[in-house]
Design a protein. Structure first.
Length: 163
């Protein structure tokens, strides 16, 4: 399977639950951004008598690259964190926001894989009373479907392997 076919298939798998945004003139090989939002709440008798509520968000940035190097990974991670922080709106009821960077590439260097596996970013808002955000990332080599991920993205990487 080629890189473009893999990207297309991945985006199609996200279409059922995520809002897909194709960004014209996107930098760094960004193919699309997929947004997921959910609001949960529990109330008693009437909706105004809420016991609790929680907003959960995920922003997935899908990058299509020929070769993932250490420098490219650093620039893409900085881009995801910078753009993702603009989308986060911590407030009472905000539970979490995941910022996920997905790299579909033809090849990657050992240094990039090492950096990707150790990569992490966690931020809490008002001592987690207004939620938290976490950076997740994984890379897939399109030709042989070799996948690497950081600790936070293990569940996402398993789903992508099934595709």
């Amino acid at each position: 399977m080629t890189r473009d076919e893999t990207v297309k298939r991945l985006i199609e798998s996200y279409e059922g639950y995520f809002d897909i945004h194709y960004i014209p003139g996107a930098p760094l090989g960004l193919a699309a951004r997929c947004d997921f939002h959910i609001h949960n709440s529990k109330y008693v008798l009437v909706k105004k008598a809420r016991l609790w509520e929680a907003d959960c968000h995920e922003y997935v940035y899908i990058f299509s690259l020929e070769n993932l190097t250490e420098e490219v990974f650093r620039r893409c991670k900085a881009y995801v964190l910078e753009e993702g922080e603009k989308l986060i709106k911590p407030k009472p009821g905000h539970m979490y926001t995941y910022l996920t960077a997905v790299f579909i590439c033809d090849d990657f260097t050992k240094e990039a894989v090492k950096l990707l596996k150790k990569s992490k970013h966690y931020k809490s808002y008002r001592l987690s009373l207004w939620g938290w955000s976490e950076f997740r990332t994984f890379a897939v080599r399109a030709a042989d479907k070799v996948t690497f991920c950081n600790k936070a993205a293990k569940d996402s990487a398993k789903l992508v392997k099934k595709l």
